[in-house]
Design a protein around this ligand. Structure first.
Ligand SMILES: [Fe+2]
Length: 172
């Protein structure tokens, strides 16, 4: 957001939304975006944040899940792009490969992930390296297609182009 020239306070609100966005998982994974939005709103209210700002953060958190949300503001679009690009081996806490589900397998197979913005060209690229001995690229799309399309729409909201490159091949 800094590179795209957003004001410092907007960037700060996006950071707070990013920090708090998954807080709803303390209630339940299902509908965590909605429960989290309300929890974050109340925390920020108790901390004395201005109503307009805490509503902005509530809306961003409440719209970050690909099943129910979409980019509805600049900070929500930034949150979506950051969250949906967070795919990497480091995310897998299960160390027993024989018990991996498809999510574990795909995340574990991603050995490198980089989200790079070219502010001048208004283009953002998610560059992934997938170890295809562990997981075919198709498995990535099986579970991340919705997230990919959500990222594409979020980028469009910010008037930037979203590209996905896997193992050196431009797929989107
Ligand atoms: Fe989430």
């Amino acid at each position: 957001m800094k590179d795209l020239g957003y004001p410092e306070r907007t960037i700060e609100l996006a950071k707070i939304a990013g920090y708090l966005h998954d807080i709803g998982n303390c209630v339940n994974r299902t509908d965590h975006a909605h429960s989290g939005a309300i929890i974050a709103y109340n925390i920020l209210k108790d901390m004395g944040m201005d109503v307009k700002e805490r509503t902005e953060i509530m809306m961003a958190i409440g719209n970050h899940d690909e099943n129910t949300g979409t980019a509805i503001s600049d900070i929500s679009a930034a949150l979506i792009l950051a969250d949906k690009s967070d795919v990497h081996r480091d995310r897998v806490s299960n160390t027993n490969l024989s018990t991996f589900d498809i999510h574990d397998r795909v995340n574990y197979a991603v050995t490198d992930a980089e989200l790079k913005l070219d502010a001048k060209e208004r283009k953002i690229t998610l560059n992934l390296n997938i170890d295809t001995k562990l997981c075919p690229v198709l498995d990535y799309f099986e579970i991340f297609m919705d997230r990919t399309m959500m990222s594409k729409y979020a980028a469009k909201y910010l008037k930037i182009w979203f590209e996905l490159v896997i193992n050196g091949t431009k797929l989107l």
